[in-house]
Design a protein around this ligand. Structure first.
Ligand SMILES: Nc1ncnc2c1ncn2[C@@H]1O[C@H](COP(=O)(O)OP(=O)(O)OP(=O)(O)O)[C@@H](O)[C@H]1O
Length: 253
């Protein structure tokens, strides 16, 4: 579980996050949504330790990040898996080398242990037989699976995903969303997903934090988002025609 309390973050005197508090639970797919510029990426980067909030605390299963020693902070970073926007695979490495990379870099595991773990995670993301391919030889959806395999290869407690569906067709996007949700539940990971995608909201939104101008404007799950009268969320939801129609149909029963 990750708990953020009253997070404030500014750049050049401009406050971007204005006292955001929330809880991201283990085994749940926690989404951060909001319009462009609302502060989603700044919040995700704060969770990753890339930005340091001026005010507020971030606790990883009770461990308040700003109170930890450098070694303890490093320990938390080893417990994080990151799925980058656009997959960010190394072009010159095979699928297996990409997936094994974090273990090679950050552990003393033997080659055969790394190989076993790579086999296991590639099987888990349904990519058996792709080990020797280069990223350029596989589809965008497969690349995303490789990136997911790499993000979970070190058995993370926390998984952060930045726009996991960007550049994918709607069918592939749903498969990737569901894979993230399944893995989150299976391994009891605290997953935080930054997304614009209203399909993701409907598909995997266990817990949705809606940011507006750096403030938490609403929080709830994918059923509650249809029922809420909260003006900010209704306005946001109604900016998507598809979602508007789904919401209206849902409310009519
Ligand atoms: N390093 C930085 N220095 C200065 N301003 C920044 C920095 N990072 C973000 N900002 C500003 O903070 C605001 C929120 O940016 P952020 O990237 O978090 O938005 P977002 O909700 O993720 O948007 P998008 O959906 O377009 O990615 C923007 O006005 C942005 O210009």
């Amino acid at each position: 579980m990750i708990e953020i309390k009253n997070i404030e973050k500014s750049f050049g005197g401009v406050k971007i996050l204005k006292g955001v508090s929330s809880v991201f639970e283990a085994g749940k797919t926690n989404l951060i949504i909001g319009q462009s510029g609302s502060g989603k990426t700044v919040l995700l980067k704060s969770l990753l330790g890339i930005h340091t909030p001026e005010v507020g605390t971030i606790s990883f299963d009770g461990r308040i990040y700003s109170d930890l020693s450098a070694d303890e902070k490093r320990e938390i970073r080893t417990e994080i898996g990151m799925l980058f926007q656009g997959s960010a695979l190394f072009d010159s490495m095979t699928v297996a080398e990409n997936v094994g990379f974090p273990l090679k870099m950050f552990t003393n595991d033997s080659n055969s242990k790394i190989q076993d773990r790579v086999d296991f995670v590639l099987k888990r993301v349904n990519l058996v037989g792709a080990h020797k391919k280069l990223p350029s030889e596989i589809s965008g959806g497969m690349q995303k699976r490789v990136a997911i395999a790499r993000a979970i290869v070190n058995n993370p407690k926390y998984l952060f995903c930045d726009e996991p569906n960007s550049g994918l067709d709607p069918n592939t996007a749903i498969l990737i969303d569901n894979l993230i949700k399944e893995i989150t539940e299976e391994y009891n990971i605290t997953t935080v997903v930054n997304t614009h995608d209203m399909n993701s909201v409907m598909e995997i939104g266990d817990n949705i934090l809606f940011l507006k101008n750096g403030v938490k404007a609403w929080q709830g799950n994918k059923e509650e988002i249809f029922l809420t009268e909260n003006e900010a969320i209704v306005e946001f939801v109604y900016s998507s025609n598809l979602f508007k129609k789904v919401r209206e149909a849902y409310l009519k029963g």
